[in-house]
Design a protein around this ligand. Sequence first.
Ligand SMILES: Cc1cc2nc3c(=O)[nH]c(=O)nc-3n(C[C@H](O)[C@H](O)[C@H](O)COP(=O)(O)OP(=O)(O)OC[C@H]3O[C@@H](n4cnc5c(N)ncnc54)[C@H](O)[C@@H]3O)c2cc1C
Length: 419
Amino acid sequence: MTETQGKMLARCLVCGEVFDASLEKCPVCGVGLDRCEPVLLERLDQTEDTAEKFLILGGGAAAFNAAKAIRERNATASIVMLTAEDAPPYARPMLTKTLMSGASAEDMAVESSAWYDERDIYVVTGCRVTSLDTAEKMVQCEGGYGFVYDKLIYALGAGCFMPDMPGNDLPHVVTIRTVEDAQRVREIAKGTQDAVVIGGGVLGLEAAWALRESGMNVTVLERGNQIMKRQIDEGAAALLTAAMADKGVTLLQNAQTAQITPDSVILKDGREVKAGLVIVSAGISPNAAIAKDAGLTVGKQVEVDEFMRTSEPDVYACGDCAAYGISYGLWSEASEMGRVAGVNAAGGQEEYIPQTRPLIFHGMGTALFAQGDCGKLGLNYSVEEISRPGQYEKYWRFGGVLVGAVLVGDISKGFTLFR
Ligand SMILES: Cc1cc2nc3c(=O)[nH]c(=O)nc-3n(C[C@H](O)[C@H](O)[C@H](O)COP(=O)(O)OP(=O)(O)OC[C@H]3O[C@@H](n4cnc5c(N)ncnc54)[C@H](O)[C@@H]3O)c2cc1C
């Protein structure tokens, strides 16, 4: 690990977080130091102190890294961060990993409140932005508050996608994006033994495992014919499916939800599953409406160039709400986009280079690692498969180069494959 200002720093190979190595595990995704690498710090040769007003919309990974990058380059500018949440940035990925443990935003905080005080970064919590006026360089918030800016970082992230279906507004139906959502899950779980998770992606499975470990009867509904179809192959999915069954988690595939009732979920084919708690994990919905209303170029997300510049001068966007090429909605991407937006807003000239990070799942008594193209692009691969009880490894090579890998069981080898 690298030492800086008396601190050893490490970068997590799973989620990309850079953290104080004395923590012994990544505060964002929870993996140990054996899955981290030392950080090589760049010395900042160019700093420019100004009296500019930097306004950052959002309080997630992208906003945090933008604020940090700006302050590293500019000691005197005003930096204000507006977040609708009641807490400064925290490790959102831990929400499903610690779902039933009751971790607070403070427990998961990216940095302590002292960190912001020492850097004169003003975080306004409980502040919901309602509109942006790029001509006046002004932002309006609920309650009639207004903030002006010289440079704006739009980092409003995403919400959870909620499929349109009868019953999706019932009080026991939850999506998980914030600490309040996780708290709501714990409250509802006190009154029921039966939970349904709609969505067999990694976040759905993390939630399902947390509920199962707390002793609930859990059913996962996957609308397709395989869990995590986008990321893993059939063999790995079959092993994970068997692990779920072994741990008493029911998986229903080809299970399309028709309706949620106060005590069940009814599928389109007529099957009905008892449920006092329903967690919907069906993807994300980028928070781009305010940018669109302000006249920025927006598709599904706010469009940015490699410098994280939007179509409006002095407005940068980053994280889950912004698109530069394909976006996977990952912590590492949001953090790096935020850092690059901050650097460039503060007068730098850095390009965002998309990075691939592995998908990791720990749960159901096993572990899963997937990285790269696991046969999904339909290339003329050479494929190597190693399979023995409790262990599965599959490697896809194209032109002799490793392009994808999936491991189930002991996944330690995965972390060195693409380095
Ligand atoms: C449960 C869960 C588990 C995850 N696990 C992983 C994982 O294991 N690995 C991984 O890489 N990624 C994971 N992710 C994804 C990762 O957390 C996100 O990609 C990342 O947090 C995105 O950061 P962001 O700053 O772009 O957006 P967000 O974290 O969504 O932050 C956006 C901020 O903007 C604020 N905001 C939104 N609208 C307004 C408004 N109108 N006014 C004021 N503030 C507003 C929000 O309150 C929030 O503070 C997980 C996500 C979730 C929800």
